[in-house]
Design a binder for this molecule. Sequence first.
Ligand SMILES: [Zn+2]
Length: 439
Amino acid sequence: MGAMRAVSLLFLAATWLFGQVQYDLLLRGGRVVDARNGINAVRDVAILDGKVAAVGTRIDPARALKTIDASGLYVTPGLIDIHVHVYTGTGEKASYAGDLSVPPDGFTFRSGVTTVADAGCSGWRNFEDFKDRIIDRSRTRVLAFLNIVGNGMRGGRFENNLADMESKPTAEMALKYKDTVVGVKTAHYTGPEWAPVERAVEAGEIARIPVMVDFGSDRPERTIGDLLAVKLRPGDIYTHAFSGLRHELGDDGRLNPALKAGRARGIFFDLGFGGGSFAWPVAAEAYKEGFSPDSISTDLHTASMNAAMKDMLNIMSAVMAAGAKVEDVIRQATWNPAREIRREDLGNLSVGAPADVAVLRLESGAFGYADMYGGRMKGDKRLVCELTLRAGKVVYDLNAMSREDWQGLPRGYRYQGDPKWDAISPARPRRPAAAPVSK
Ligand SMILES: [Zn+2]
């Protein structure tokens, strides 16, 4: 142990003894946007044991083990993306319970996302495999909408099989894992029947959770008007709101009045950008008419990750180009989705809340945002993720803002962070020397 390090450890021990260090981590001087608590102002945020411990105008850095300067940046609750596809790793081709899904940790923290909800990749038959394979092994908090199809999103043959859409076993599985299953999903149905929506709502009724609808093929037998006015309950979620594939936009170029009527009834509207569900003619008109989505979500999967969608911050920036304010897109990516999935413990920075935090930079410049068809909207703002905390620990740090200059560190330095705030390169106990390799 170097002399400098020994001295600093002694100093830390002394401050602990005298009771000055109260927090593991302090984010100083950022603009905190916390819709739940009505905060949009420069604040310090202190964290202890993975939870928000204090939010105030000035918290003394001497009381924190580690301080990070967030001045000039936005400090927000960790973003919540309620429409992703992350049931990967099964090896199944052309299936969202397989190759079309992506591993959550590879996409979330780098864009400030700390919680995702998988939108129906699994149903009651394969949810436990999904849970074991992905949910329980990810650092991202992964929640799930259960597909009303027992086999989940394994392709058209499965997703159009009405016989595998059973409300009772779906609700039973949801109740068995009620900390993880936040809703029921119906999607991709091509037939004329209402049964998929009706059975999803039935399951939602039994388990007391919302239903998210991807309304599938456009069918005259089942209209968006009836869906939003009659079939769905207040609190249910209409995703792919700006696709234009199911008459979200009228022939007159105006927003279908059914959307505003649905909102008046309490239906939530989710963006669900995806590979083919966001068109500027619909979105720009919606913003012009003052109809922004309740929640912004990616519909992340292999066909959207490198296309127009890219990631959560890209689509938040895209709708800012259509007129949305930064405070609004942050609310629509934090507190609003938390409420939609009835997880009001998340999406806010209340004292005692999990310290899932995004630190974002709002850049000005010449940017562009494509829609699903390749139409471009110019923009002059872009949100970039600088730092992400999951349960109070740094899990992503774009510019190494939480780090010291290497030239100021002792010669032969090793892992620097304290495990109390650092999950990237925390100091670790010295391992015993490896045994010699035998020939
Ligand atoms: Zn989807």
